[in-house]
Write a protein that binds this ligand. Structure first.
Ligand code: AMP
Ligand code: MG
Length: 338
């Protein structure tokens, strides 16, 4: 199949309408969002959802997030929505927060992968929301990459993985946040963090009395263990390069890597202290920069055919927790503590 490029610079409205028409007709379109590029399809169309799973090679038991443009759409998709979820929507939507809520049964079953719940998010990215509005549909949209590979944060990343396998790509800007949305399950007074993102634990505590951090966020689930968020059990985000996550201060990291003579994925402050090849993924004092660049850097390792690399781990707080969570999976839970 030929994958259409829908450009936004000259003909934004035309491209948005064209994306919406393809989606209404049951097609699959990659769209920019503020987190990562999403592979969108109508959440009401079983066949379209099957095409999403097929194009990505995504395991059937890993549910999709439904993207909406209004609270009316939320109320159609979810039922028994706790008051706290509306408070969260008020505070964080549109934005990089996904809430897992009881499903009303409005979206098709495959979206929830057989669970009784549905994950819902209202994206901040204007293009993403305009496409939902033009299509008048809730859109299921997992990351627009081949399942298991680093998530796509540019239109080019999408084409590298999915050119010829999907109907179209909306050629938007590079993603502002760079890691996927925060996912929480919600009850009246507490939230359980299932996946960390740019809406941090500290921010969630402004809305909830307590925020429980699911154990799967920082550790490998046991074989066969039931996890609250099915996506957590898969090896994820990984380049072909063998990666090791290294915890320790800057000085010990640099001397460890220099002693090993392999490539380093490090902070800008460390670049000049690394003797071998260095890939800078952010500024140590600013985890937002790490989130924004990490997936591009993981893809670059493969482009440069790097066989092995040590990655300096970020602090596990704020947005750093989201970056750590992606890296520990990209490193297949191989951690070196200095
Ligand atoms: P992705 O679509 O690649 O951003 O991944 C979506 C994430 O949301 C995965 O980790 C899923 O496991 C999680 N998710 C989606 N729907 C649900 C749900 N109903 N219950 C729990 N987790 C969910
Ligand atoms: Mg994904």
């Amino acid at each position: 199949m030929e994958t259409k490029r829908l450009y936004l610079c000259e003909s934004r409205e035309k491209s948005i309408n064209e994306a919406a028409e393809i989606l209404k007709g049951g097609g699959v379109v990659a769209i920019p969002t503020e987190t990562v590029y999403g592979l969108a399809a109508s959440a009401l169309d079983q066949k379209a959802i099957n095409s999403v799973f097929a194009a990505k090679g995504r395991p059937q038991d890993n549910p999709l997030i439904v993207h909406i443009d209004s609270i009316e759409m939320l109320n159609k998709i979810a039922k028994d929505v706790p008051e706290s979820a509306y408070r969260c929507a008020e505070r964080f939507w549109p934005g990089p927060l996904t809430m897992v809520l009881p499903s009303s049964g409005y979206v098709c079953k495959a979206v929830s992968a057989g669970l009784s719940t549905v994950a819902v998010r209202m994206p901040e990215d204007k293009t993403a929301r305009d496409i939902i509005t033009a299509a008048k549909l809730p859109l299921a949209a997992p990351s627009a990459n081949i399942s298991g590979s680093p998530s796509p944060t540019t239109a080019l990343h999408v084409l590298n993985d999915l050119d010829g396998k999907i109907d179209a790509v909306v050629m938007g800007d590079d993603c502002k946040v760079g890691v996927e949305s925060t996912v929480i399950s919600v009850s009246e007074n507490s939230a359980r963090l299932l996946r960390p993102g740019a809406v941090t634990v500290e921010m969630l505590k402004e809305v909830f009395d307590s925020v429980i951090i699911d154990k799967a966020i920082l550790s490998e689930p046991e074989r066969g263990e039931r996890v609250a968020s099915p996506g957590m059990k898969y090896k994820h985000y990984a380049p072909k390069t063998a990666l090791y996550l290294v915890e320790g201060d800057s000085e010990s990291f640099c001397s460890f890597v220099n002693g090993q003579g392999v490539a380093a994925v490090c902070f800008s402050e460390e670049r000049d202290k690394i003797k071998g090849e260095a890939f800078v993924y952010g500024v140590e004092s600013d985890p937002d920069t790490m989130a924004q660049r990490i997936f591009s850097i993981l893809r670059e390792l493969d482009l440069k055919n790097i066989k092995k690399a040590y990655v300096h781990a970020p602090e596990k707080s704020g947005v750093g927790l989201a970056v750590y969570n992606r890296l520990i999976r990209a490193c297949a839970f191989n951690v070196v503590k200095l």
